[in-house]
Design a binder for this molecule. Sequence first.
Ligand SMILES: [Zn+2]
Ligand SMILES: [Zn+2]
Length: 424
Amino acid sequence: MLLRIALFFVVACLALLVIGAEDYYKLLGLKKDASEREIKKAYRTLSKKYHPDKNHGSDTAAQKFVEVASAYEVLSDKETRKIYDQYGHDGIQQHKQGGGGGSRQQNDPFDLFSRFFGGSGHFGHHGGERRGPNMEVRVAVPLRDFYNGRKTEFTIEKQAICSACEGTGSEDGHVETCDTCGGRGVRIQRQQLAPGLFQQVQMHCDACQGKGKTIKHPCPVCSGSRVIRESETHVLEIEKGMPKGVRITYENEADESPDYVAGDLVVHLAESEPALGQLEHERTDGTFFRRRGKDLFWREVLSLREAWMGDWTRNITHLDGHIVQLSRPRGSVVQPHAVEIVKDEGMPIWHQQLENNEGLQFGDLHVEYVVVLPDIMEKSMEKEFWSVWEKYRKKKGVQIDGHLGRPEGAIKMPTPDEEGHDEL
Ligand SMILES: [Zn+2]
Ligand SMILES: [Zn+2]
């Protein structure tokens, strides 16, 4: 009976293995011709997503975490990738059993994780794992990207764990404990202060520069420093209506070190100075909209005739290229600095979870009218206008300052003596 139960268990496990043997490329979300870089990137993203520290108690996530590590190990090695491409999972299985290559056995998935993100392969939210500092960068994008939403990329330079030596600093992988200090990085020395009076002083170990470890053959890529400078490109997804100054966090993408878990890379999304773009679609009038929260502001210039007499039309090309038409019929007056509010022509209102932008709402567009008066006129035109003005001024002209009740002359102020006293 016991044997049967054990057998059943083994079969169940095998079944699980077979079901679990998902295509490695599919698992990493890659095409067959994926580059080394893409494989790395996919591993970085997925290993963080499925890390058990972030998926408390989820067996499926834990299994995915292991599978993603296996997929990476196979596809990141030229030899095993070739075998996998030709013979699939079975080929890899045979390769392992035959000890082919031999150098790369199945690694601990946490070990692999730590080669990418430092520390001991955990996220450092618990267990006192050291975390590196966060890295803050400012990325400025034009207003139209905030309006339309856009997927773009940015590149930063950062410290990365040397992949040639997997963060050991050693060419052959051998790292020895320092003989001089026994791996502590410090030595205790007795100093004589006076006859019979000693003091114990902690000294930095010279033999290993305080690292506690020595390397005979330093890695040629990082010269033994275990880290390199590397530029990394990240995808930046600007969602419609995101506020400027919004912080976008890329977990564990700050400077890496084998000594700590990498901190987060935090992007501050700023608005770049308005400027006409080079491409046709970037040359919209909206380039010069100003934004305040969900509203947009625009200044439209009218001539005296237009402001006074009406009968005009303006087409403003909005940030996504659509036209907002402003107009007045004949006889409609626009006062200088009057503000017209055009409903729903402002910024999209940012919702973090909006499927396909369904139900997207917009702020308003505030149009301020500026009126410019002509300062040069043709002589005949000036004459005609003058006579028209004279005619109507004589008929029922109004003295504006008198109308406002203003005094006609200067007013004499009382001297202090005449002023009297306030009753307190
Ligand atoms: Zn030492
Ligand atoms: Zn190295």
